[in-house]
Design a binder for this molecule. Structure first.
Ligand SMILES: *Cc1c(COP(=O)(O)O)cnc(C)c1O
Length: 220
C-alpha cells in the first residue's frame, strides 16, 4: 500500500521537484517499506522522534526536520540532520551554526515564511526576511548554509487563496535568490495542496498522509 502510494505520488511530480516523505507518527516499519522502493529523503517534525528514527534506521537516509524547532533541541539533531526547513529566527540560526560547528558540519537551512492567514503558523514576514538577509551577523555564520525558503498555505478549501499564498512565496524566493546565490530550494506543498504548489513553482514538496494514510491525531 505504502509502496503503491509512493509510486503514484512520484508519477505526479516532475523530475525537478524533490519529494520529502513525511513519516511523523508512523513506525519505522512503515518507513522501511518506503525505503525499500529506493526512497531516501524523509521528514519529521519532532526532535525526539527524529532522533529515535535516525538511530534505528539505515544511515543513508537523508533526514529533514520540517517542524518548528526550539533552540534548546538543536544539539540533538545537529550531528546528522540534512536540512532544517522551519528556521524562523536569528537566534535559532545562531544556535544551529554553533552546534554545526561543534560537529564539524555545515547545516543547510530553509527560512520559513509566514504567508498563511492562520496566526499559528510560524515564519518571517517579507520585511523581517529583508532585515535578516541584510544582517552582517548572518553572513558571519559559517556553519550554516541558507539554501532557500519554506512555507505553508492556509488550511482551506479555497484554492484561489492557496494559490495566491504560494505565489507570494515564489515571488519572495525569486526576489531574494538574486542576492543569495545559495538559494536553490523552495519547499512548499503538502498532501492537500502540492499540485497547486508545483504549478506555482515549488521544487520541494513534503508529503505524508497521501503516502502513509491519515495520522491518528491532527497536528501539523
Ligand atoms: C505534517 C507536515 C507535512 C505533511 O502533511 P500531509 O498533509 O500529511 O502531507 C508537511 N509539512 C509540514 C511542515 C508538516 O508538519
Amino acid at each position: 500500500m505504502i509502496k503503491d502510494n509512493l509510486e503514484k505520488i512520484k508519477k505526479m511530480i516532475p523530475k525537478n521537484v524533490s519529494l520529502v516523505v513525511v513519516s511523523k507518527t508512523h513506525p519505522s516499519s512503515a518507513i522501511l517499506e518506503a525505503y525499500q522502493t529506493g526512497h531516501r529523503i524523509f521528514g519529521e517534525n519532532k526532535v525526539q522522534e527524529l532522533v529515535e528514527k535516525y538511530e534505528n534506521l539505515p544511515k543513508d537516509i537523508e533526514w529533514h526536520m520540517i517542524g518548528h524547532l526550539q533552540s534548546n533541541k538543536v544539539k540533538y539533531i545537529a550531528p546528522f540532520v540534512a536540512l532544517i526547513h522551519g528556521v524562523d529566527s536569528l537566534n535559532l540560526l545562531e544556535e544551529i551554526n554553533k552546534r554545526a560547528a561543534q560537529n564539524n558540519r555545515t547545516i543547510s537551512c530553509l527560512l520559513q515564511i509566514h504567508v498563511a492567514k492562520e496566526e499559528s503558523k510560524f515564519g518571517f514576514s517579507e520585511n523581517e526576511l529583508t532585515e535578516l538577509l541584510s544582517n552582517q551577523s548572518v553572513s558571519n555564520l559559517k556553519n550554516i548554509k541558507l539554501v532557500g525558503l519554506m512555507g505553508m498555505a492556509t488550511n482551506t478549501n479555497n484554492i484561489n487563496q492557496i494559490r495566491s499564498e504560494f505565489q507570494k512565496l515564489k515571488h519572495l524566493f525569486e526576489k531574494f535568490k538574486i542576492q543569495n546565490s545559495d538559494f536553490k530550494i523552495l519547499s512548499m506543498g503538502m498532501s492537500g495542496d502540492y499540485q497547486i504548489a508545483i504549478e506555482e513553482g515549488s521544487n520541494m514538496v513534503r508529503i505524508g498522509s497521501s503516502i502513509f494514510g491519515n495520522r491518528n491525531y491532527t497536528k501539523n
